[in-house]
Write a protein that binds this ligand. Structure first.
Ligand code: ARG
Length: 458
């Protein structure tokens, strides 16, 4: 493609280090779509004849059919997907193929292809997130009143409902979704026409190619256009944060599926057995979701470091932008699907959860709150009195509810039998009716809003 200037061809090492076709062949659909939009614009602007444009477009469609059927050939001499397509086009339609690259460079071409690919990846992430959210919301509605221990420091803190716990992840995913949507909006400016770095002397219609490829407008600065990979980093950052959320949910499922917890049985279809211990059922899918978050964050770091300190405009370092995005996207798609399956198919053991919630004096705060309300005691003092009750219950090996009237009065004369009503698990969760609290009616209301936001049936 540049033989005119060179006395000898590239060495074997140069060919190998330079070749991006092994991975950028994934961009073939976007490359052909971009070329078709470009040549149609060149014809409209009378930069190439209608006849030549039709020959080129026909050739591009043939290539698309070939790649669809046989895959993309991988010839290192052709370096990348752009040259691979052009070389095949030349075989198919002859020298007229050479007109396609008028007023274009691989620099604006690759930016366009990669943006189109990343835009689709964002769509897939948004779909995957929505599917997982639907599963969470379904299960939350089912378990709006199922009591489980709520933890801080992984120590039993206060009873919550399973529905409330699941909706916490719905909220995280709602923010992830917003991040992908915002990234998609920022991404949506078309690089075509920036050419190598400075724009072009040809009379292009950049709005036409932008519209044809579904972009909102053309990019405004040609130097920025060919050196910008913010869209890829936006994808990776959003993917990292989403993966991080998924890893936390995964970790909880792993804990909950363990025998000491016994809160959940994960679907067989997303678990594995052990080759030596016949009784084992391992939460491998959840463990891999937890693990993959590390790889996705690694991909983000890789591209950040690649881009750091690069001068304007395009540098070949930027060819390394694709593998981390492709890897992260493949992993994220899988993690979202696996998590959706695990949540939809989880068999929650609500008896175990309720029993566990009854341990560790989870309703102690309710006792303190009752003292504030019934006896008008300042909360700090109520906290102190309750601490004494917990200590006594611990020494007797019983729950707060089991303390006798004498026990209670011995601690503080303002305690009496009425307090028992607030010490039950159900009373405790039902009392937390503040907006966004764990009370079953609150959880139902939030689940209903979530269903509406997701376009689900009531
Ligand atoms: N394969 C290259 C990449 O992925 C395409 C752009 C090459 N441009 C250049 N001037 N060598 O970045």
């Amino acid at each position: 493609m540049w033989g005119g200037r060179f006395a000898e061809g590239p060495s074997a090492i140069m060919r190998e280090i330079n070749a991006s076709i092994p991975f950028d062949k994934a961009l073939w659909r976007q490359d052909i779509a971009g070329s078709r939009a470009h040549v149609a614009m060149l014809a409209q602007q009378e930069i190439v004849s209608t006849e030549d444009a039709e020959a080129i477009d026909g050739g591009l469609q043939t290539i698309a059919a070939e790649y669809e059927r046989d895959g993309v050939p991988e010839d290192w001499d052709l370096e990348d997907i752009h040259m691979t397509v052009e070389a095949r086009l030349t075989e198919l339609v002859g020298p007229v193929a050479g007109r396609l690259h008028t007023a274009r460079s691989r620099n604006d071409q690759v930016a366009t292809d990669f943006k189109l690919w990343t835009r689709d990846a964002m769509d897939r992430a948004l779909d995957g997130i929505a599917a997982l959210q639907r599963a969470l919301v379904d299960r939350a509605g089912e378990h709006a009143a199922s009591v489980m221990p709520g933890f801080t420091h992984l120590q039993t803190a206060q009873p919550v409902t399973l529905g409330h716990h699941l909706l916490a992840y719905y909220e995280m995913l709602r923010r992830d979704s917003a991040r992908f949507s915002a990234a998609q909006e920022r991404l949506n400016e078309c690089p075509l026409g920036a050419a190598a770095l400075a724009g072009t002397g040809f009379d292009l219609d950049r709005d036409m190619t932008a519209t044809a490829l579904g972009f909102d407008r053309p990019t405004a600065n040609s130097l920025d256009t060919v050196s910008d990979r913010d869209f890829a980093l936006d994808y990776l950052n959003a993917a990292s944060q989403c993966a991080l959320h998924l890893s936390r949910l995964a970790e909880e499922l792993i804990l909950w599926a363990s025998q000491p917890f016994g809160f959940v049985r994960l679907p067989d279809s997303l678990s594995t057995g052990s080759s030596i211990m016949p009784q084992k059922k391992n939460p491998d899918a959840a463990e891999l979701v937890r693990g993959h978050a590390g790889r996705i964050i690694g991909c983000t770091t890789a591209l950040m470091v690649t881009m750091k300190g690069l001068p304007l405009a395009y540098s070949k370092d930027m060819q390394d932008d694709k593998p981390p995005v492709f890897e992260a996207a493949g992993l994220l798609d899988l993690c979202l699907a696996a998590m959706q399956g695990m949540i939809a198919g989880a068999d929650f053991n609500t008896d175990r959860m309720r029993n566990a919630a009854g341990l560790g004096h989870a309703t102690a705060t309710d006792l303190a709150d009752w003292l504030v309300r019934a006896a008008d005691i300042p909360f700090r003092e109520a906290h102190h009195i309750t601490g004494a009750a917990v200590k006594l219950a611990d020494s007797k090996g019983c729950t707060l509810e089991d303390l006798s009237l004498e026990d209670l009065q011995g601690i503080d004369s303002r305690l009496d039998d009425r307090v028992r009503a607030v010490l039950t698990l159900d009373a405790s969760v039902a009392a937390r009716r503040s907006y966004g609290g764990t009370a079953p009616d609150q959880v139902q209301a939030r689940a209903r809003e979530a269903r509406q936001a997701l376009g689900m049936e009531d």
